[in-house]
Design a protein around this ligand. Sequence first.
Ligand SMILES: NC(=O)c1ccc[n+]([C@@H]2O[C@H](COP(=O)([O-])OP(=O)(O)OC[C@H]3O[C@@H](n4cnc5c(N)ncnc54)[C@H](OP(=O)(O)O)[C@@H]3O)[C@@H](O)[C@H]2O)c1
Length: 317
Amino acid sequence: MTARRVLVTGATGFLGSHVVEAHLEAGCRVRCSVRSTSDLRWLEGLDVERVELDVRDASGLSDALVGIDTVVHAAGITRATTEADYFRVNATGAARLAEAAVKAGVSRFVLISSLAARGPDGMAGPVSPYGESKRRGEDLARLFEERVELVVLRPGGIYGPRDTELLPLFQTAGRGWLMVPAGGPPLQPVYATDVARLTVAAATLPYAGVGPFPVAEERAYGWDEVAAGLSSALGRRVRSIPVPAGAFILAGAALERGARLVRRRPPLDRRRALDLSRHGWTCDTRPTRDAFGWRAQVPLEAGLVRTAEWYRRVGWL
Ligand SMILES: NC(=O)c1ccc[n+]([C@@H]2O[C@H](COP(=O)([O-])OP(=O)(O)OC[C@H]3O[C@@H](n4cnc5c(N)ncnc54)[C@H](OP(=O)(O)O)[C@@H]3O)[C@@H](O)[C@H]2O)c1
């Protein structure tokens, strides 16, 4: 039997690089979409084909899809300067790729959306331009669901090796303290390799419908557990310092401004502070378990330990 041929978009990014590795381990032939400006370090030494593709531009799409059975669309923009940038990549870009995949005769299209497309617990929809763009991307991709087996995965917060978003959190905690939102809602994150493993199941198992499938650990964690996990990961006691929501959001805005001046990523920014203090991001993962027999295998503490080990190994911590 010939190996399945998979196009992974966003292969140079944090999640996409784990997706590439998971598909290689599953015995697939992997084609990675890259851009002329991409940092290729996570693809070095891997037995993959590279193809240039920018989802904001139709050229190159059909070439990238020649001979492809399955697309895992992990390209996306999580930090944009303007709202339009989010929509160009996460919405129009996803639709453009889905349409090209249909034309190229691709049989399955796995779209990495986000829990942000659903919105926070108890809300009727997304509450940020990022979330709105991811939701629009889902809606536009669904226009093709009669013509390709579309699977929409909605991960919560993903963490793990190669992630630069949560690195500042580890760095701050490494000093022995962690500012947390007082009475903040629980967190339900997921380790990157667990998500990557799910994309293989979503790409290969008999079709179980479009979803959207929530992707997270089965249980949620309080901030005291996050601090305890970071203590294990960093090998020192990390004290959590609860701060009222309003002050937490102000602190996020101040840290964002300060970091901008020195061109560094802040440990907290206004959007994340708002998200963490005001919104819960939990989900019921049973539909995902029922469809794919998948459950996250790496619990938070073990995941934080592995992530910190990796950060230390590459000199990021
Ligand atoms: N990280 C999370 O917590 C999380 C949670 C839920 C969902 N997601 C989703 O997971 C996906 C990956 O996120 P990530 O955290 O891995 O982000 P990331 O590290 O920033 O990676 C983003 C990837 O998308 C590529 N990309 C960006 N714009 C593109 C464009 N116009 N055309 C083609 N490729 C483009 C990037 O390529 P370059 O290397 O060339 O920049 C990079 O490979 C996104 O769709 C995101 O919405 C992430």
